[in-house]
Design a protein around this ligand. Structure first.
Ligand code: NI
Length: 208
């Protein structure tokens, strides 16, 4: 059999580039409709610059075969919509029992995680911090700093992503806001609708 050739990928900081990448995608502010609680502030920010990139991902995806790994670098700009920090769309893995590793490279942020039953866990991530996202946890990263937030990530190739699980519940249970003193505070999302027992069971049965 033909073996995949070993490869080194150099991470560029603070730009969040990945040498030898196989792919790249960007999310612009206008792509992130529905994420932020303050819809008027979001509409105004889009009117002022909806084309600006909020986050970009550069990845190395050798194959999508079970047992392989996908890894890369994510870079998120600093910013607020109203008083809510810039964040990724967030997802759970389609094969929900697949975990993920994130390592902070530069900047400061956090990983907002939610179990299907609605438990919230927040892990602050800075340089040299490794964040373990266990199987079955919805995850979203948030830039709580003043600089671009860059992380390395790695997850099993057959994980897949389900973005709809968050939208279906009216967002994640917690939102991350500026606390007015230079830090962050997590507040309950008043639009959140808890998953039913059947919905939680459906997530658990997506494992294989
Ligand atoms: Ni993931």
């Amino acid at each position: 059999m033909e073996l995949f050739k070993p490869t080194a990928c150099r991470i560029g900081l603070p730009d969040g580039t990945l040498g030898n990448r196989t792919g790249r995608y960007e999310k612009r502010l206008a792509d992130l409709d529905g994420l932020y609680r303050d819809e008027a502030a979001f509409a105004q920010a889009v009117a002022e610059g909806g084309e600006r990139i909020v986050y970009a991902v550069e990845e190395f995806r050798p194959t999508e075969a079970a047992g392989d790994l996908i890894f890369g670098v994510t870079r998120m700009q600093p910013g607020l919509i109203g008083d809510e920090y810039f964040m990724t769309r967030g997802h759970i893995h389609k094969l929900a029992n697949r975990p993920e590793i994130y390592q902070g490279m530069s900047g400061q942020g956090l990983m907002l995680m939610e179990s299907p039953a609605g438990e919230t866990r927040i892990v602050e991530v800075g340089p040299q911090t490794v964040c373990y996202v266990p199987p079955f946890w919805i995850h979203r990263s948030v830039n709580t700093g003043a600089e671009p937030f860059v992380m390395f990530f790695c997850y099993p190739s057959d994980s897949g992503q389900d973005y709809e699980i968050i939208a279906k519940s009216g967002g994640m249970r917690s939102r991350v806001h500026a606390d007015g003193k230079g830090g962050w505070v997590a507040r309950d999302n008043d639009l959140y609708r808890p998953r039913t027992t059947d919905e939680v069971a459906a997530v658990q049965s997506s494992a294989r």
